[in-house]
Design a protein around this ligand. Structure first.
Ligand code: NAP
Length: 504
């Protein structure tokens, strides 16, 4: 398969260039010129999506499943192009990107299977009771229906699995919603190749071209125009707290407000319970360092904070983590902006009252080396800065005096994507006290593991109370992600001849 990214937007089946451009900044090789998005291009894409909805929103589940599988096949057909392009743009290693592509196509196929089963429709039927007194009951049926065109923002840190063909797009298309993607400036060529796979799949399946469009970024006004477009019905987003909050606020201020499903920041606390710490403190230190530094720490599930009872065993844990992090080499980050935010974040933590600097290192322009800090719970509890996410391989150890203070710290966390307990049999009583707290804080509570690595399956929740996400009832990973793009409709006494096919 040959395709050379040409710097254009894909709008309703046509490659379109705008008047202005931006230059990409790959980690290797020359930057390339890409057309900047504009509100006018966004409008074209959304209008086409609305037109397409009148067909696509009424396709059968089998037609949509076949479409999702065709997209997956078209992505696989471009594998040899996608991997080197994404490596150059993101700096991520080959094995990671191959795995991410497989996850992306696996996700598309998972949603195909999911809609074939039909459970997601949540069909209900209360039969008519014409003779009920004092009032008869009408015939009532309920089913989930697609909401119409939706907007998706490609994330910088997963150029495939959370970008153009990522979980947001897959779940929206599975539901029956046309999608307009705002590509991320960090990987525009990768985005274009994947968009080309959509173009081919749409043609093969004979679907309306407006079912999918991709507009490159280049300016905040592109994203702002997209979320404010009156024909957009919901937004899927993964990125920073600041960016997500700005877009969320725009959605809320619309004449017709719409849901903004933002997956934002998280420090993913890990609680080391005494028996587990005593049995395998060193192992936990090494394991934590590995999880923290993996992929230069550029995961939303990166376990940035560890809470541990102070003492000799905590020191053994800290020593092992420090040794492992010191031995970790520098890793290239996704963008210069992210690398500079990481260094600034480290410098900010370092100067907070009570913070002990265990490891800080000079980082070259776009590279990150791990940072490690320690602070006592008294100082952590009174300083909100210390619970903010620093995107990258930065770890903070919060030492507590005893179990009671560990519980106090647990209660003080804001919403998280994950919370982890490291525990042994003899830790069960303390774990039992922490569980009701942690399940109020996090979308996923786990034991004896590391939160990086999110399984794509029916039971996954990748979300949580704010600021982990802007909508605690939703997940952006796993089959339940489809619910974000559905709306229940009740059909009262509607003759079967005009009911949706899935209800008959
Ligand atoms: P970002 O700055 O939040 O940008 C994500 C997307 O939102 C981009 O398409 C960006 O468009 C758009 N955007 C941001 N602010 C906007 C605004 N005020 N108005 C309209 N559109 C806006 O995230 P990023 O570029 O991926 O990375 C920056 C930081 O985000 C990182 O340092 C990290 O802290 C965080 N991050 C977190 C996660 C996570 O999973 N929690 C993932 C990735 C990044 P433009 O192209 O116009 O800028």
């Amino acid at each position: 398969m040959t395709f050379t990214p040409h710097g254009k937007h894909l709008i309703a089946g046509a490659w379109v260039a705008g008047a202005e451009s931006f230059t990409s900044t790959p980690t290797t090789g020359e930057g390339q010129s890409f057309s900047k998005g504009t509100p006018a291009l966004v409008d074209q894409a959304v209008q086409a999506a609305e037109d397409a909805f009148w067909t696509y929103g009424y396709t059968t589940r089998e037609e949509r499943a076949a479409f999702l599988e065709t997209i997956a096949a078209e992505i696989e057909a471009r594998a040899d192009l996608i991997t080197p392009t994404a490596m150059a743009e993101s700096g991520l290693p080959e094995a990671r990107l191959v795995g991410e592509r497989e996850r992306t196509t696996g996700q598309l196929k998972l949603f195909a299977d999911h809609i074939r089963k039909g459970d997601y429709l949540d069909r209900r039927h209360d039969e008519a009771l014409p003779n009920r007194a004092p009032l008869p009951r009408p015939d009532l049926r309920l089913m989930q229906r697609p909401i119409g065109p939706v907007a998706v923002f490609g994330a910088s840190n997963f150029p495939l699995a959370f970008s153009v063909a990522g979980g947001d797009t897959a779940s929206a298309l599975a539901a029956g919603c046309p999608v307009v993607v705002k590509g991320h400036e960090a990987h525009p060529a990768t985005s274009e190749i994947v968009a080309d796979a959509f173009k081919a799949a749409i043609e093969t399946c004979g679907l309306p071209a407006g079912v999918f469009s991709m507009v490159h970024g280049g300016a905040h006004k592109v994203g702002a125009a997209l979320v404010q477009h009156h024909l957009i019905n919901a937004v899927g987003f993964t990125g920073s707290l600041a960016g997500g909050r700005a877009l969320f606020d725009l959605c809320a201020k619309r004449v017709n407000p719409i849901p903004f499903f933002g997956e934002l920041g998280s420090v993913n606390p890990m609680f080391l319970l005494p028996e587990a710490l005593s049995a395998r403190g060193e192992e936990l230190g090494k394991g934590w360092a590995g999880s923290l530094a993996m992929g230069a720490g550029q995961f939303c599930t990166n376990p940035g904070i560890v809470v541990v009872i102070e003492g000799a065993e905590e020191e053994a844990f800290t020593k092992a983590a420090l040794a492992a992090l010191t031995a970790t080499g520098s890793q290239v980050m996704l963008t210069e902006g992210i690398a500079s935010a990481y260094v600034k974040g480290g410098a900010k933590i370092k100067t907070q009252p009570g913070v002990q600097e265990l490891l800080t290192q000079m980082c070259d322009r776009r590279e990150a080396k791990p940072f490690l800090f320690k602070v006592k719970a008294e100082d952590w509890l009174t300083n909100e800065t210390l619970s903010e996410e620093v995107f990258g391989p930065l770890g903070l150890i919060v030492t507590v005096k005893d179990a009671a203070q560990m519980i106090e710290v647990a209660k003080s966390f804001e919403g998280q994507l994950t919370a982890t307990l490291h525990m042994d049999e003899a830790d069960m009583a303390l774990a039992g006290q922490l569980m009701p707290i942690l399940e109020r804080k996090a979308g996923r509570v786990m034991a004896n593991g590391f939160p990086t690595g999110v399984e794509v399956c029916d039971s996954m929740v990748h979300g949580g109370p704010y600021p982990a996400s802007t909508n605690f009832g939703a997940t952006s990973v796993g089959t339940m992600a489809i619910r974000r793009f559905l709306r229940p409709v009740c059909y009262q006494n509607i003759p079967s001849a005009v009911l949706p096919l899935d209800l008959v």
